[in-house]
Design a protein around this ligand. Structure first.
Ligand code: SAM
Length: 482
């Protein structure tokens, strides 16, 4: 055997070891390349920062960033690697620009699936589903690539993971996202073959995360890999029903196990012969899909070598797998329409909203897109769909609350606004005492016009404050404080 599992010396003492059976499997699959893989596993994990291109360009961000950035990530033009933190440098997760939604922190390899899904160019009016969306890494990426157009449905099955997804989408400020909290089955029963593109970023055994996720090391077993493959098969079978004729399905995992990668796709293609693999771009360092790692399969079995595998010893990122499939049929271009079950606000409520806009904002939002859910006012995507009785925790941008006699703005409205869209701003510098105090929920002193004011950091909207006699009452939500 060219490489052996015993070559691996864990660089992090006092951490659970990488399972030796996993290393034996990798040695068997990788052959001559196994020593390089082991060497790669000895390095610390790589972090990445993806700029929110709905708000600014990567070049604009680089010019203002006080977080040190590394090189550009070759497969994601909006992203940079992050060098290891030096003491004294701001941690990117607690920086005010992060709270302003200027970027998302993500493993560079996890930025490949959204880019790969768009290796087929986006058309107008597309309906896209992110079936397993929390905490929202790929949703925010898809939303940026869609540039606020069409409809993006971000679904998460687990109730307790939905809150985090909502918060990340709200921070991103995308206006075309509806969040659902459903099983894939209920979505497929309701929608049928409705979506132009479906992303299945499947729950998996997480082998690709072993450098940074100690829990994944502890949980791993061959039985777990087999169990994940069964679950992935069940999810894919349902996802296939949600893709329109001529539409696309992108399947991704963060594991190396071929049973969960090429094996899951081969099984899908057995059951749904109308799907074929679309060859993905093989960028520098990527490895083609390896169906030959599975018993009885050839190296190019059913075009599965058109998938991509990312390995930590080949690219600056963790382990990932992505495969794009196309469903047979003519891909018609159908606008989504505007029929939905949510109520339009009544006349009085529209009046409160208009009063608020004329006093506080410089925006002109289409009133046809306003919806009232209880006391909440939302701005739904331009191309809305009918969600029937599905659970929809967020149908769009939460603008604010409709009180008995007035409108009160909500935090997501602040993050949806662009610089210059509020009449009354309180601006502080990123490194200032005031910005830190605002993000801690403290009251601020600032003379100026009384009433609602947008608190901004170097001009970027951060949240709301209400000024009364030179004191700005803090409306930054408690749950968002770092
Ligand atoms: N796409 C996310 C991102 O980029 O931030 C990460 C998704 S994570 C790999 C997989 C998700 O699948 C988890 O949020 C998990 O709750 C969800 N999940 C677990 N079981 C599922 C099932 N049976 N059907 C659909 N989703 C499931």
């Amino acid at each position: 055997m060219p490489g052996s599992a015993s070559q691996y010396n864990d660089p992090m003492p006092n951490t659970p070891p990488i399972p030796s059976l996993f290393l034996e499997r990798m040695s068997h699959y990788l052959g001559d390349e196994f020593p390089a893989f082991v060497e790669g596993m000895n390095h610390p994990p790589v972090s990445g920062l993806r700029v929110n291109t709905l708000k600014l360009t990567p070049e604009q961000f680089r010019a203002i960033s006080t977080v040190k950035l590394g090189e550009k990530i070759p497969w994601c033009p909006a992203a940079f690697t992050l060098p290891a933190l030096e003491s004294g440098n701001p941690t990117p997760g607690s920086h005010p620009y992060h709270q302003a939604g200027l970027y998302y922190l993500q493993d560079p390899s996890a930025m490949s699936p959204a880019e790969m899904l768009f290796s087929v160019p986006l058309r107008d009016h597309e309906r896209i589903l992110d079936l397993a969306a929390a905490p929202g890494g790929k949703t925010t990426h898809l939303a940026a690539l869609m540039r606020g157009r069409g409809l993006l449905v971000a679904n998460e099955i687990k109730d307790k993971r939905v809150g985090h997804l909502i918060q990340n989408v709200e921070r991103w400020g995308a206006e075309n996202v509806v969040i659902t909290n459903e099983t894939p089955e209920r979505l497929a029963d309701h929608f049928g073959p409705f979506f132009d593109r479906v992303l299945v970023d499947a729950p998996c055994s997480g082998e690709g995360m072993f450098r940074k996720d100690m829990g994944a090391r502890l949980d791993w077993s061959e039985e777990m890999v087999a169990g994940c493959a069964v679950r992935q098969g069940n999810i894919l079978r349902v996802a296939a029903r949600l893709v329109r004729p001529g539409g696309y399905l992108l399947y991704s995992t963060c594991t190396f196990a071929p049973e969960e990668d090429e094996g899951a796709i081969a099984q899908l293609m057995d059951e749904f012969p109308e799907f074929e693999v679309v060859k993905l771009p093989q960028l520098n360092g990527f490895m083609p899909g390896r169906p030959g790692w599975l018993a009885g399969m050839k190296e190019d079995e059913r075009g599965l070598d058109g998938a991509v595998r990312l390995f930590p010893h080949r690219v600056r990122g963790e382990g990932h797998f992505a495969c794009l499939l196309r469903k047979a049929g003519a891909w018609e271009n159908l606008p989504v329409g505007r029929v939905d079950r949510f109520l339009a606000p009544n006349k009085a409520q529209i009046g409160f909203w208009r009063d608020f806009v004329s006093a506080v904002l410089h925006v002109n939002l289409a009133e046809a897109r306003l919806r009232a859910m209880g006391e909440r006012l939302y701005y739904v995507p331009d191309e809305m769909a009918d969600f029937g009785r599905l659970r929809v925790p967020s149908p769009g941008i939460w603008l604010g609350s409709l009180k008995k006699d007035r409108f009160e703005p909500a935090h997501p409205l602040a993050l949806f606004l662009k610089p210059g869209q509020a009449k009354n701003c309180v601006d502080f510098a990123a490194g200032s005492r005031e910005t830190a105090a605002y993000l801690r929920g403290e009251t601020l002193e600032s003379e100026g016009q009384p009433g609602w004011a947008l608190v901004t950091v170097d001009g970027w909207p951060l949240g709301w404050g209400k000024r009364v006699q030179g004191v700005v009452k803090n409306h930054f939500p408690r749950g968002w404080m770092v």
